[in-house]
Each structure stands twice: as structure tokens, then as C-alpha cells.
Ligand binder design. Sequence first.
Ligand code: ATP
Ligand code: MG
Ligand code: MG
Ligand code: MG
Length: 476
Amino acid sequence: MRTADIRSRFLDHFTARGHTPVPSAPLPTPDPTLLFVNAGMVPFKPYLTGEVPAPWPRATSVQKCVRTLDIEEVGRTTRHGSFFQMAGNFSFGDYFKEEAIALAWELSTTPVADGGYGLDPARIWVTVHHTDTEARALWRRTAGLPDARIVDRGDEDNFWSMGVPGPCGPSSELYYDRGPAFGPEGGPAVDEDRFMEFWNLVFMQDERGEGHGKSGYPILGELPHRNIDTGLGLERMATLLQDKPNLYEIDETRPVLDAAAELTGTRYGSDAAADVRLRVVADHVRTALMLLADGVSPTNEGRGYVLRRMLRRAVRSVRQLGYPDPALPALLPVARDLMACGYPEVAESFPRIAEQAYAEEEAFRATLQQGTTVLDTAVAKVRAEGGTALPGAQAFQLHDTYGFPIDLTLEMAAEQGVEVDRAGFTALMEDQRERARADARARKSGGTGDTSALPAVLDASGPTEWLAWEKLTTRA
Ligand code: ATP
Ligand code: MG
Ligand code: MG
Ligand code: MG
């Protein structure tokens, strides 16, 4: 079953059951806590908190998501894309746990000929919050699941909140057993590659107060209007239904992987390290395409930085695989052709997208060789002096002069067994930002032109917190 078919079956299933279909929001979100939409519920937050009355009691969507927290997982696990599509059904004070479970079970297990996904019910496992005996009973009753395939989990995995006071509640995840070829027996607690999560159901039933972390806050009581928020990964379902080993090999990504393999003369499946690189290329090229389509431009901070990192890491990966010439002109159109049917904007604005992407590749190519030499020399020096970490000033120079995103420097240094003094790097970045602000202020008081917007632009581009792009992890 093609990914496009998985998408339309989801929307059809829920539309036929009283849900209003809502188009995907763009990836860059006005939500101040996030760089990008990272779950289907993000555009619906005001309805879930009750801040704004929901226009419909039930909604369904397939939302474009980018999860920067998962970038490092790409190509290494079988199931994490930096871009992915989350299909969801939502109830705003309408149906609750029993119907949410029944709806998910029905779509998952209804035979393909009758409009469902046709998963084998005997291979589905679920997790529930250990206190949620109601969910356990419902899985037993509605789905006929035996207790052995209903796994209790704690707050860390199966309790959802927005990270701030407001609605919260237990969640329940659906997993599919892909069989012994993928890992050991024992269920999702033992192996999440063999037992792959494909759908997450959140039961918003309580209200939480101030506090931090996954459980460091009081539960104030039950919500007057309970909500349902679910998220199913289209790529994960495609991995299952297309019987692929991982989500980089499904119909919407594999052709990019193949194009990269052909370009570089690499045979996919012959070398584990090269395979990871090919999967990274397939993933990053698609993510970059979708970000460019939504108006993000490559820059040194915030959203633009994530895009720059995608493009530059893809370019470097192709180069490491042995292809020295510009690669994006051979890869980006392949991704466009795969994504354009679901997202016509990708085809419509492709001339602009291509121009931006190819210019970024050219700019990187101009400094990559030199920067690599600088890095290699610096690493050799660190080693010769018996050190373990590249000085922050070196990483800053690579960033400032050679356009090396810090993550790239980290990755390249790590490949040679050396760390990077990140604190030193961050301090230098902060100095530079402060100087830019002071300059802007000086220019403003000197009265030469209106630069009053500059500090605001700098502020809006956000702090440079490499590992904390998503200060708030929203789980679907
Ligand atoms: P995992 O535990 O596998 O990392 P998750 O619990 O973080 O997944 P949720 O936040 O529950 O994921 O998101 C809802 C659904 O979206 C998941 O059940 C999965 O199908 C899909 N999904 C989440 N992250 C990714 C990703 N990086 N790539 C592809 N699909 C994803
Ligand atoms: Mg995750
Ligand atoms: Mg999970
Ligand atoms: Mg989950």
C-alpha cells in the first residue's frame, strides 16, 4: 500500500465517522516554544487547552512534522525520520477513551479490501500507563487483547502533558511485531525496532499545575472537557504495509536513496556505514525540500540553521561516499516528484526551492575542502598534545569562516575520536551576537538609516541551543 493510500484511508476513516478534515499547517509554527510543528496536535493547542473554543467537536489531519530531536537517530534506527507525517484524530470534549481505542483498532485491523490497514491483530501489542486500568480493560474488551500483550509503563513513556500547567493525561501506544528477523521476543519493553510503535493515543483527562519534568507537578483534578489526541506515523505504517526493513526504504524515500547510491556508485546493503550515509541523504534531502517549500531559508540560526544543517550534511555524506561534484541537482528533483502529489506547493515553488538549495550547496562546496583541512590539522594538533577536545575557538572559526554548522564539526571530530569544547564555542557565539546587537544599537543612535528592526530579528532567530531546539517535547 502506497503512503498516499495510507494517508487517504486515514482521512476517509475518520471523516466517515464525523471528523472534520483539516489541512496540514506549515512546518514553521508561530508557537513560541517550538521551531517547527513536531506533532499533529500543535496547530490544535488552543482548542485542547480550552483557550479558544474548538470550531468542530472532532477533527482529523495529516500534519507535516519535523523533529530536530530525532536528527541524530536518522539512519541509525529503523524508524526515525527528521521529517515525517503524523495522521491524527482529535476529540475536543466529544468522545473519549473507549471510542478512541475502538476507532484506532478498527482502522488498524479492518482488512485492506474493506478500507483498513489489514494488520494482523495477533501481532499488535499496546502499552498503557500503569495506573490506567480503564485503558487496559478497554483493550481487553474492545480488541480482545490478552493481558500479556498490554504492557504497563510509567510516566516517562506513557504520560503526556504540554510541559506547562494545563491538560495532561495517560497515553497508550500501539506496536506491531515485525517478527524474529528484527530482534528478540518480549514486546516493546525489550526491543522497539522489532516491536515498532505506529500509533500513539493520548487521553487528556486531568489538569496539572506548575512543575518540571515528566512528573514533577501536582495533578489538580479532572478536566471539565476531556480531549483525545492521537498520532499515527504514515512512514511507519508504510514500513509495515510495504514490508520494508526501515522507513527510509518506503515509496516516498527509497528512490532518493537509490539516486544517491547510483550517483556515488555505492551498492546499498554492502557496507553498514555507507548504508547509514545513504539513509541520511534520503532523509535529509526530503526534509530540506519540505522546509524550503514552506519558506525556510538556510541561515546560521534557528529554523534556517536546521535547514542548513540538513543540506550540508547531505552534501557531505554524498562526498564521503565518493562523489565530489554537486549532488543536489540529481537528488532534489527525485524528492520533489515523490512529494508533489501530496504537497502541490513543492512542485509549484520548485524553481525557487532548487535555486536556494543549489546555491547553498555551492557555498558549502567553496569552503568544505579548506574547512576540512583546517579541522583535520586542528584535530591532529589536539591529539599530538595529548588533548581530547577541540578548542571552542577552533569550532567557532569553522562556523564563522568556513560555514561548518557546529553539529557537523562535532560529527567530523567524533569520527576522529575527538570531542569539542562546546561551552567555549557557545560563549564565542554569544559574544558575536552581543557585538551585532551593540552595532545595531550604535547605528541606530547614529541615525544612519533605520536599523531598529535588527535586534528584534536577532532575538526572533532565537538562542543557539544546539541540543535544545525543541525546548518542549510535545508527544502526540
Ligand atoms: P518513538 O518512541 O518510536 O521515538 P514517539 O513515542 O517519540 O516514537 P510520538 O511522539 O508518540 O512518537 O508520535 C506519534 C507517532 O508519530 C508515533 O507513534 C510514530 O508513528 C510517529 N513518529 C514519531 N516520531 C517519528 C519520527 N521521528 N519519524 C517517523 N515517525 C515518527
Ligand atoms: Mg521519539
Ligand atoms: Mg514512543
Ligand atoms: Mg509515542
